[in-house]
Design a protein around this ligand. Structure first.
Ligand SMILES: C[S@@+](CC[C@H](N)C(=O)[O-])C[C@H]1O[C@@H](n2cnc3c(N)ncnc32)[C@H](O)[C@@H]1O
Length: 235
């Protein structure tokens, strides 16, 4: 226990030191949204068409997308990171923005706390779920949690297989699970509305990872259908 705490403390110190003594351009850690220009356009299109009150991100990493989402929206951005070194790096980097709230811990646990807060439940929230590369896939539980607690939610999931565009990257796990439509099938009875990028990977930049945008809210679904960057998926 003491040893674990000590190891974690060392990692936290390393993250801070890395940030404070790194004189390189912080964009060497990769641009926002995997450095994908089309994805950034999808995000700004969402901001223009919705009146979000806040943004919640899982998987802070170095805080690139966190900082970008804040600078573009000026909204409260809550971001959750499990790795103590990445967390402390991002915390040191983002400390100067009081509207960015950094949380350390597993996304499922922190999301549970956030989604149970009445003041967040009443808000229009954009979720960016990007914490699913640690071997264990807990995303389905997180989506259920969000949709059952936040009625005005738009959720973007990174690393998702895009139907019709096999060259967009997506996550596959040692368990055999794949981030694709089949993975979401346990939610099919909820009336989930799904949207995928209109533009293919050839015209995308950066890491060319796929994504899906989803909502349960009918009014939001109509708005999403009007965006040129996204197309509705029909089963
Ligand atoms: C792909 S990176 C996130 C990139 C970041 N969103 C960005 O756009 O720059 C995934 C991050 O999720 C974190 N992570 C993995 N599992 C997690 C969990 N259960 N809870 C919170 N963070 C987690 C990893 O440590 C890693 O920093």
């Amino acid at each position: 226990m003491i040893l674990n705490n000590l190891k974690e403390f060392v990692q936290i110190c390393k993250g801070c030191v890395e940030y404070l003594f790194n004189t390189q351009d912080k964009n060497t850690y990769g641009g926002p949204f995997n450095n994908q220009k089309i994805r950034q356009e999808i995000f700004t299109g969402l901001l223009e068409n919705f009146r979000f009150d806040e943004i919640i991100e899982t998987g802070t990493y170095y805080g690139n997308t966190t900082e970008y989402m804040f600078k573009t929206s000026k909204l409260i951005v809550r971001t959750i990171e499990l790795n103590p070194r990445k967390y402390s790096f991002a915390m040191a980097r983002l400390f100067k923005y009081p509207k960015i709230k950094t949380y350390r811990g597993s996304s499922d646990l922190i999301l549970t706390k956030l989604c149970k807060q009445p003041k967040i439940q009443q808000k229009q929230v954009f979720f960016y779920l990007d914490a699913h590369r640690n071997g264990k896939l807990i995303l389905i539980e997180e989506i259920k949690l969000i949709l059952s607690n936040i009625k005005q939610a738009v959720v973007m999931i990174d690393d998702f297989k895009v139907p019709g565009f096999p060259d967009y990257g997506y996550d596959k796990y040692p368990s055999g699970e794949i981030l694709d439509l089949e993975y979401l099938s346990p939610l099919s009875n909820l009336g989930l509305q799904l949207f995928f990028p209109t533009v293919g990977p050839k015209n995308e930049t950066g890491k060319k990872r796929g994504c899906v945008v989803l909502t349960l809210n009918k009014e939001y679904s109509e708005k999403l259908q009007s965006l040129s960057t996204l197309k509705a998926y029909s089963y």
